[in-house]
Design a protein around this ligand. Structure first.
Ligand SMILES: Cc1cc2nc3c(=O)[nH]c(=O)nc-3n(C[C@H](O)[C@H](O)[C@H](O)COP(=O)(O)O)c2cc1C
Length: 412
């Protein structure tokens, strides 16, 4: 494998003060949230379930959508290569439930030609109503191949990839959007330029996760960058980063003027957050914080839907559910041995037995309401292809190195 450029980020990506304002928001401060138009698709409540690999498969999306009917619920990223290779796992991720109103799918690719082919499959087989492109992933195995959040640095590949996908999708009136980060680090910011390229090439909206690759999931996202992007683009901008409760969504809109918000980790184990944000956007002060009995009802439903997703394989379903259960139970007074027993469940009967031991009347623990959860660390270092930062465009040799090897490796 080629050597990598490694940026040591210690000290480089310190995030300033939490930019959020105090949580109490008067009703007259509720921003007017208009529906967002993505080409031919209307998103009535401009709230997006941000794609999360291993999390936002259709069972979780359906549960979120039941709480917040009329947002945009994006599937986890699907690797273009894997789709083109018809990898069964990738194909399973392209499934949608009949109840899903907007079938929204995210593609990840580095090679414009392969990503175009993947988009063509999506279009020809009527797989989705909306395609999002992933330019935000900070995971080393992705960025070391020049993908995800590394790609906007190479404006030639970035532009070509968007242009080709938009061309394919436009022909079928499928809107394409792009999800980006601020840049690779603060010395290599790309978001304004990337936003403009996305707009020029025909993307219908951009989502900005207001962190750099180096910041990974650490500190607080810098919402001022969302405001900057919103001010410089004509297409809608969705703000993303650190929305843990409905008041955060209001605060982000007020502070940045963004057209909508995208929620990632905040809804892990809290799908009702979509109801709370919808209420907040409508000026309704009602907030849902379910008791343990209601949370168990959601866990049961989630398990049933996952069993369907895994075509009746309860073991796969319950294993997939484990991380969600940890999130669902976060903060509840549930002992370590019970939590461990949940992590050892192998089927629905095990799950029912463990839920039967819980006290359904326990109220939602105030100390975790609207509080951060999930990944929270900075990157130790950013992994990039060799010499990646030396120029903003690629040479022929670089493209050969990036695209030439292992063309049917379906894992990236
Ligand atoms: C477990 C996990 C998986 C993720 N997978 C994806 C993904 O597949 N595609 C993507 O664009 N972003 C992905 N993200 C990033 C989120 O969509 C989101 O941009 C990020 O978590 C910041 O939003 P948040 O502060 O609301 O969590 C992932 C994040 C997490 C925590």
């Amino acid at each position: 494998m080629a050597a990598e450029t490694v940026i040591d980020e210690r000290g480089d990506s310190l995030v300033g003060e939490d930019p959020r304002s105090p949580r109490s928001i008067e009703p007259d401060q509720v921003p007017h949230m208009a529906p967002v138009q993505l080409g031919s698709i209307t998103v009535p409540t401009p709230v997006v379930l941000s794609p999360m690999a291993g999390v936002t498969n259709w069972p979780f999306r359906v549960i979120c959508e039941e709480y917040g009917p009329d947002g945009l619920y994006v599937a986890e990223m699907i690797t273009a290569r894997a789709l083109v290779a018809r990898n069964p796992k990738a194909l399973r991720l392209c499934h949608f439930a009949p109840s899903e109103k907007i079938r929204s799918l995210q593609l990840y690719g580095v090679n414009p030609s392969i990503t175009e082919q993947a988009a063509k499959i999506v279009v020809d087989e009527g797989m989705a109503d909306h395609v999002d492109l992933n330019f935000g992933c900070p995971v080393p195995k992705v960025t070391r191949r020049g993908g995800g959040s590394a790609l906007p640095w190479k404006t030639d590949i970035f532009t070509e990839l968007i242009s080709r996908v938009v061309k394919v999708c436009d022909a079928a009136s499928i809107p394409v959007t792009a999800k980006i980060r601020v840049g690779i680090d603060h010395n290599h910011e790309t978001f304004l330029e990337a936003g403009h390229i996305a707009q020029e090439e025909g993307c219908k909206a951009v989502t900005l996760h207001a962190r750099t690759t180096a910041e990974y999931y650490g500190g607080h996202s810098d919402w001022s960058r969302i405001g900057e992007l919103k001010a410089s683009l004509d297409i809608p901008v969705f703000g993303n980063g650190d929305i843990w409760g409905a008041e955060d969504a209001l605060a982000m809109v007020r502070q940045t003027g963004c057209d909508g918000v995208a929620v990632g980790r905040g809804c892990q184990g809290r799908p009702w957050l979509f109801a709370n944000i919808k209420n907040a956007f409508e000026g309704n002060p009602e907030r849902i914080n379910p008791n343990l009995g209601e949370v168990c009802r959601i866990i049961r439903r989630h398990a049933e839907l996952l069993t369907e997703f895994y075509e009746g394989d309860e073991r796969m379903a319950v294993h997939d559910l484990r991380k969600h259960i940890a999130w669902y139970l976060k903060g509840f007074p549930v002992g370590g041995s019970t939590r461990k027993a949940f992590m050892e469940c192998e089927n629905m009967a095990d799950l029912e037995r463990e839920m039967g031991n819980l006290d359904p009347s326990i109220e939602y623990p105030p100390r975790v309401i609207d509080k951060p959860r999930g990944r929270v660390r900075f990157a130790k270092k950013v992994h990039l292809p060799y010499g990646w930062l030396d120029a903003r465009t690629t040479t022929h040799e670089e493209r050969e190195t990036l695209f030439g090897d292992d063309p049917m490796d379906a894992s990236y």
